[in-house]
Design a protein around this ligand. Structure first.
Ligand SMILES: [Zn+2]
Length: 355
């Protein structure tokens, strides 16, 4: 009768053990291990069809899951970073309150300033800075502050006469944050100063008016980092992901960490030219300390009179999920800005209440 593999192995190793006393126990060990793997292997071979279908089901499950598909799709250029964000973070269980608030832009700007090769993107890597003189000197259109002020007064009068009604489709109130990316059909015209400063052209007059008013009070405001192209934002974002991955994080981890420090492309108000980072000539950094400067205090108090709101206020981090940024101002128009100031509402709360 033919011997089985098992019997052959036992006979062989028993023989070895008998011949050499010293090898008795080692040969028993090797025998057990050999039989162990032999039976496991045989199990898989005899059940190959069963396992093949299990693997197939597994692959199907993973690829149909939005979470992993989004990452796959983005890495193969199928979808945008923004879509991945909605899939990865937007639909996850993380509540806004649980998300660490972050300084959305401080870090990026500082990195850029250092000229780190990581973020070097040519001329744009420099932090821009424009004083009122820079803007007035090079403004393409003549700006008559007095005539404009008159016009605004008239407008304001008519507005206060009637009950102010806010409209969701008003471009000034467009809500842009991590959960509300820039709408696909959002259209705007960039106003460009010859000094290079760019922002939505409809904001320019109020901005100049505000800077002039500050100057009258003896304060010199400086506009920094106004409009940023989406490509610039996306480059920053992708470079940061790569950098975290080089430090050993997986793509998913790197993505999450990055989205906490850099505004997700397509979700920054800077990309539509409605946000301006404003500091002063003496305090040039985008840091909390700006709030304690005269310029910071003036802006917190008066920016609403010119249609600007402090977009990421202190104490609202759990709603905006962005750290307090006393330098980041967003144009929303005078009426909305005034309501937001008087009722201490951030834009998200304003939307909840009035729109
Ligand atoms: Zn900003």
């Amino acid at each position: 009768m033919k011997k089985t593999f098992r019997e052959k192995m036992i006979a062989y190793f028993m023989g070895v053990g008998k011949k050499h006393k010293l090898l008795k126990y080692p040969s028993i060990g090797i025998l057990s291990a050999t039989l162990f793997f032999y039976y496991i292997g045989r199990h898989f071979v005899t059940n190959s069809k069963r396992y093949a279908s299990m693997i197939f089901v597994g692959i199907f499950f993973v690829s149909s899951c939005s979470f992993s598909f989004a990452v796959f799709a983005e890495r193969t250029g199928f979808t945008s970073v923004q879509e991945t964000y909605s899939a990865v973070v937007g639909t996850s269980d993380i509540s806004l309150a649980a998300v660490e608030p972050m300084a959305a832009e401080t870090e990026v700007l500082l990195e850029e300033k250092k000229g780190s090769s990581e973020y070097e993107t040519g001329e744009e890597a420099q932090i821009e800075a424009y004083t009122l003189d820079d803007l007035l000197e090079h403004h393409e259109h003549d700006h008559d502050a007095e005539a404009y002020e008159k016009r605004v007064e008239e407008q304001t009068e008519t507005v206060t006469d009637t009950e102010s009604v806010f409209d969701q489709s008003d471009w000034r109130l467009v809500l842009i944050n991590k959960h509300h990316p820039i709408p696909d059909d959002y259209d705007f015209k960039l106003g460009t100063f010859t000094s290079g400063m760019r922002c939505d052209e409809r904001v320019i007059e109020d901005l100049l008016l505000m800077m002039q008013a500050a100057k009258k009070d003896g304060l010199n405001l400086v506009v920094r980092s106004p409009y940023r192209t989406s490509d610039h934002q996306e480059d920053n974002f992708n470079n940061r992901i790569k950098s975290y991955m080089r430090q050993g994080l997986s793509y998913m981890e790197a993505y999450k960490v990055t989205s906490q420090v850099i505004t997700v492309p397509g979700c920054s108000e800077h990309e539509v030219g409605l946000a301006l980072d404003i500091t002063s000539e003496s305090y040039t950094q985008l840091k909390r300390g700006f709030a304690d400067t005269k310029e910071g205090q003036w802006l917190a108090e008066h920016s609403c009179e010119y249609g600007f709101t402090l977009r990421y206020p202190e104490g609202k981090e759990y709603i905006t999920s962005i750290e307090y940024e006393p330098w980041h101002f967003r144009y929303v128009g005078r009426e909305a800005a005034t309501v937001m100031k008087e009722e201490s509402l951030c834009l998200e709360e304003f939307w909840d209440k009035y729109l």
